[in-house]
Unconditional design. Structure first.
Length: 270
């Protein structure tokens, strides 16, 4: 990003956070990687970012160097009746302007406990509402299923970004996810919208990948981000290092692609 581009985005007004759920019921599509690196790229632009790990696997937390099994307080505790103050759970990441609400396997019990709660679909909204003015963006990493936790994310989100690998089965899953979004929009959250679909782990050498990407473009049109995230070993290496690719390999193609995606997301908020 050039100096002039950085200056332009850093001058965007701060206000109540735009909440975006990164969601796909299919696993292994680069959802957590996209949450980490989009968040880091937005923070690099001067935006105040909160990442929310809403997956009991705790991959988002681990990908930022936070050992999930060593945590004493997580998102799970905030969803309970005797919730601690959110500041007791928030973790400052190694990236300036970017905080984390971590998770671990404890969160797998949340759905059982929430099932009999009044307003159970709004539990996450109640957690996040008090801190929305602190941030410009809240990115929620959802688990790979259309669960009650995912519905909670959709119920408090302004938009949804769908990371999608260019495979035929990913196309089939998009229809189910968009149907779920429509139901949430009708019953729980009328402001929910599809922010966009980002193609991940793309390999231009594969005919099948090119065909699927073309089909996604035909069906969803301008709701597909122009930025395409290529497949590279640098992403898993950065995850092992516990850093976003923007700091671990700042000059890599992957880092530049997520910076480009961040610019597209920022442009949507103007």
């Amino acid at each position: 990003m050039s100096v002039s581009e950085q200056s332009a985005v850093s001058e965007l007004p701060h206000g109540e956070a735009r909440t975006i759920a990164l969601c796909n019921q299919k696993g292994g599509v680069g959802k957590t990687t996209s949450t980490i690196n989009l968040g880091a790229a937005l923070a690099e632009c001067g935006q105040r970012v909160l990442l929310v790990d809403l997956d009991p696997q705790g991959a988002l937390s681990a990908g930022l160097g936070v050992p999930p099994n060593d945590l004493t307080l997580t998102v799970y505790d905030l969803l309970g009746k005797s919730a601690p103050h959110i500041d007791e759970v928030l973790i400052k990441t190694t990236v300036d302007n970017m905080d984390l609400l971590p998770s671990n396997i404890d969160l797998s019990a949340a759905e059982i406990q929430l099932v009999n709660e009044v307003g159970r679909e709004q539990s996450l909204r109640r957690v996040l509402d008090p801190v929305r003015e602190r941030y410009d963006y809240i990115l929620i990493d959802c688990q790979p299923s259309l669960s009650l936790l995912t519905v909670n994310a959709l119920a408090c989100a302004d938009g949804v970004i769908i990371p999608m690998e260019c495979e035929f089965f990913s196309l089939r899953g998009l229809a189910l996810l968009t149907d779920t979004m429509e139901k949430v929009r009708e019953r729980l959250n009328p402001r929910l919208e599809l922010s966009g679909i980002v193609v991940t782990m793309f390999d231009a050498r594969l005919l099948h990948a090119r065909q699927v990407m073309a089909r996604v473009g035909e069906v969803f049109g301008d709701r597909v981000y122009e930025t395409v995230i290529s497949r590279t070993v640098r992403f898993p290496d950065a995850t092992i290092a516990g850093e976003p690719i923007t700091t671990w390999a700042p000059k890599s193609a992957g880092a530049e692609q997520y910076r480009a995606l961040a610019r597209e997301v920022l442009a949507q908020s103007r």
